[in-house]
Design a binder for this molecule. Structure first.
Ligand SMILES: [Cu+2]
Length: 174
């Protein structure tokens, strides 16, 4: 046999073997495609809406009176009498000697006989009294006040000049 042919066969065999080796055979490997991890969007809880607490303005009420009442109903300290709706309220009080009475005019609009008189006053005595008065205030417009300290025991009537039907009485005791 020709040695050249043998050589060719050998080379061809080697070549085929190499090709078989190089060529990919059955590739049984399955490429597992990992599913992309599902990234859960974090659930953002909405911030709770905190309603502001309603601001409640404290109602500041002036005390009606700084009066002290004893078991007999006798007042002391600082006693307030309102001039309200063409009346002295309360119209009659009994106080201890040394007590201050404060009259407060709270009528915003004042009507009266013979036309409106826009003020009240406080005058000691019955309306018919002439001469000096133990106490007599000026004209008191709305929210105006007048005070008098009673250091004498006795009964003190008083009235309002423009409205002489407005009368009151203060009894001062020991
Ligand atoms: Cu009056």
């Amino acid at each position: 046999m020709d040695s050249k042919i043998i050589a060719l066969i050998v080379i061809a065999a080697i070549g085929i073997g190499a090709l078989v080796f190089i060529l990919p055979g059955d590739n049984n490997e399955v490429t597992v495609i990992e599913p992309e991890p599902v990234i859960k969007e974090p659930v953002v809880e909405p911030e709770p809406v905190i309603e502001p607490e309603p601001v409640i303005e404290p109602v500041v009420e002036e005390p009606e009176s700084k009066a002290i009442v004893d078991e007999n109903g006798v007042l002391s300290g600082e006693v307030e009498v309102k001039m309200s709706n063409l009346k002295f309220v309360p119209s009659e009080i009994t106080i201890k000697k040394g007590t201050t009475v404060v009259w407060r005019q709270v009528d915003r609009s004042i009507g009266g006989s013979g036309g409106a008189v826009g003020w009240h006053n406080v005058v000691e005595g019955p309306p018919e009294k002439r001469g000096d008065h133990v106490f007599k205030s000026k004209e008191l417009s709305f929210n105006g006040g007048f005070s008098y300290k009673f250091d004498e025991i006795g009964e003190f009537e008083y009235y309002c000049e423009p409205h002489p039907f407005m009368i009151g009485k203060i009894t001062v005791v020991e």
